[in-house]
Design a protein around this ligand. Structure first.
Ligand SMILES: [Zn+2]
Length: 226
């Protein structure tokens, strides 16, 4: 599972639409994996830890509902509708069309980035015609792609915002970057997980945890006037 790299898209889309909260984009880019974690726990989708790849601790055997090409398009559509219907921005019910579209593309971006790193486990239709370019066979290229992307996104975000005085406002996002890097390192070189449910619980906490951390940190940064 690609972890940190997806957040690159969050930072970039925040730049594209400043109305959206960064934490919403952190949740959106991992939405397919959030649902995946729950589906693994409930036994709806399947994975094992037997035949894992060098850069991924888990072997994904059956996930047509969260990581299919068609199903991820449907989840994106659901995110569009959910944002339009339920989210109320500042003032008069401003879950705008544009913002909803940005959220939907954030959700779909997950599948596109997974396509690069996963190894023939993303089904195009139902559970068939599986694709994935398999970068996870190489630890070097996996880390290079994930953190290269993340650095680009973070750099653009940091340039378009400024810390509001406090220490965390200035350096918080940098700390997040380092912690994200540590999590990837642990997932590659750390202890091998005993089973897929442990991975699902770990990942679920990771996605929710970072969404929460970002919601606290983004308040300490404002759009720069430049
Ligand atoms: Zn995924």
């Amino acid at each position: 599972m690609m972890l940190a790299g997806h957040y690159s898209v969050s930072y970039l889309l925040k730049k594209a639409d400043s109305e959206i909260k960064l934490w919403q984009l952190f949740l959106a880019v991992q939405w397919l994996d959030v649902v995946w974690s729950l589906f693994i726990l409930f036994g709806i989708e399947k994975a094992d830890t037997q035949h894992s790849l060098p850069a991924s601790p888990i072997h994904l055997t059956y996930m047509p509902y969260t990581h299919g090409f068609l199903s991820s398009l449907l989840w994106s559509g659901a995110a569009y509708l959910g944002y339009r219907v339920f989210y109320r921005g500042k003032g008069s019910g401003k879950g705008s069309r544009k913002s909803a579209l940005v959220i939907a593309s954030a959700v779909f971006s997950h599948w596109v980035l997974d396509l690069i790193v996963h190894d023939h486990d993303l089904p195009l239709l139902g559970d068939r015609y599986k694709v994935g370019f398999g970068v996870y066979h190489s630890i070097f290229w996996s880390l290079f792609i994930e953190f290269g992307l993340l650095l680009i996104g973070l750099f653009i975000y940091m340039r378009s915002t400024e810390g509001k005085g406090s220490f965390l406002g200035k350096y918080g996002m940098g700390f997040v970057f380092v912690i994200l890097l540590l999590f990837n390192v642990v997932s590659i070189w750390g202890p091998h997980p005993p089973n897929e449910k442990v991975v699902a619980v770990f990942n679920f906490c990771y996605y929710v945890g970072f969404t929460w951390v970002i919601s606290r940190l983004e308040r300490r940064r404002a759009l720069s006037r430049l």
